[in-house]
Design a protein around this ligand. Structure first.
Ligand SMILES: [Zn+2]
Length: 246
């Protein structure tokens, strides 16, 4: 990572990352502002405010909590917006600035690089290299271990998740956005923990917790009792901004 990165937590799995004049947006979902603050600080993106930026919008899959069709309207307001969309999202007209993506592929999009991984749920996860910074957004790729599921399901999840993490090991990741879902109770940090131990990574942001910030207490306790090399950033509200690397 050569350049400082600003990261905004938008909502749930939605994040924005600004590096120089590039703005990357992942899994944008809630388009209701959280406060009266300016764009991003209010948890939403206003395309008119970023006309001097190259904007890259990533959609990991079609689930309602990861995707909002408002992104197609943004392109009318700002010609510098590119959409990088998992192929399970349907029902839009093709456009030169829309890139349809499949798992296990590599893409050059304008002057950024993206690599895709299969999800353990639907769609894909993205590894993105922009301005010498490597970011990873997991989408719904996760070790979805549930108390009520049969052992065979949980075991299958483990195998699939670990197989994707294995592929990530050849990269150094500066910033990773990883599932930490409080609904999994005692198993909510299983995936994050495995990733943090196996992958060379500097910064981790938890995601997929909607309004349940109680997961941050669990993460705090986890950090106190486990020595892991990455820094995990605790999130307290929508629109929160983190400055990394300066
Ligand atoms: Zn999800």
């Amino acid at each position: 990572m050569k350049n400082p990165v600003e990261v905004w937590y938008l909502y749930h799995s939605g994040f924005a990352a600004k590096i120089n004049n590039k703005l990357l947006i992942f899994d944008y979902y809630s388009n209701r502002p959280a406060n009266d603050g300016p764009s991003l600080y209010n948890g939403i993106f206003n395309p008119g405010d970023f006309k001097d930026h190259d904007v890259f919008v990533f959609v990991s899959h079609r689930h309602r909590d990861h995707y909002n069709p408002v992104i197609f309207r943004w392109m009318n307001e700002n010609p510098n917006i590119s959409l990088i969309i998992s192929s399970d999202v349907k029902g839009y007209k093709s456009h030169p600035n829309i890139y349809k993506t499949e798992p296990d592929n590599k893409y050059e999009i304008r002057d950024i690089y993206a690599e895709t991984f299969a999800s353990t749920d639907e769609g894909i996860a993205f590894l993105v290299k922009a301005e010498e910074t490597v970011l990873f957004h997991a989408g719904d790729l996760h070790w979805w271990h549930w108390d009520g599921e049969p052992d065979s399901f949980n075991r299958q999840m483990e195998i699939q998740y670990k197989a994707q993490v294995e592929k990530l090991k050849k990269h150094h990741i500066d910033i990773a956005f990883l599932v930490a879902d409080p609904r999994q109770e005692n198993f909510s940090l299983l995936g994050l923990d495995w990733f943090a131990r196996e992958v060379s990574c500097t910064h981790i942001f938890p995601m997929h917790f909607s309004n349940d910030y109680s997961i941050m207490n669990n993460i705090k306790k986890y950090m106190e009792s486990n020595s892991i090399p990455a820094e995990i950033h605790l999130i307290t509200k929508r629109g929160q901004r983190f400055c990394i690397g300066n």
